[in-house]
Design a protein around this ligand. Sequence first.
Ligand code: SF4
Length: 249
Amino acid sequence: MNKIIDDKELVDMLKQVDEFTLHVTEVIGFCPKEFVYRNVDNKFGIFNAPRHISSKIGTYVHKAISDFLRGKQVDLKKYEKLLDGDYYIEFDRIYNNFLAWYYTYKNKLSGIKSEISTSKKISDKVTLVGTADLIASFEMHSAVFDFKTSKSTRYIKKYEEQMGGYAFMFDNIQRGYAVILGTDDFNMIEININRGRSAFVAKLEKVLDEIEYIINGGNIDTSVSFICGMCNYRGLCDGAKIIREGDGE
Ligand code: SF4
């Protein structure tokens, strides 16, 4: 059950958090409220907001991809039980487009590492954390791949910033690719990783200023945007009104 609490109560709880984490994905389109909800939740475990169905499909696709890349059995029957009819069909089509991508590029990939996490302390109180979907050698270059279950390429600039964040977090990344997995096909787009890294670092500096403001007692604003579709705390704020815009970011 959701526990709805007001900003005053949130601030009181926030004061009891000693160390904050910030996700690479959170930096892009930063929402102060999400940052606060998540850090308070990490400490107190009080929220259980309903997830958007697109976010659920994206999570399950990523889990299935990770299991596949790690050589584990992918139990599709399990996903069929977790997702209702049409949603399972959507999941299945996206997953099959991942397989089509994988078998297209299999011979160019080596040293595959799936769902790799890392962290970096970036201020006295804040640690940046990130998980890359796939890091591998691709055409003799160390590359990061991000699987997107959105059907749209309109967020490509955001993908560039996000993957620039992975280049900032992981050593020696030379190339980046967004692999857009739709229900009909896949589309692999090379990202300008250096430009993305610069954009990410510039954004990170602004976000750190905002965090400083919040933890020193400033207002906790919401920032309703494309990220709400993937936010674990939708349902607790206006982000719940975002229906499809944030599909599978
Ligand atoms: S749903 Fe949107 S507005 Fe609400 S906390 Fe999440 S990102 Fe912020």
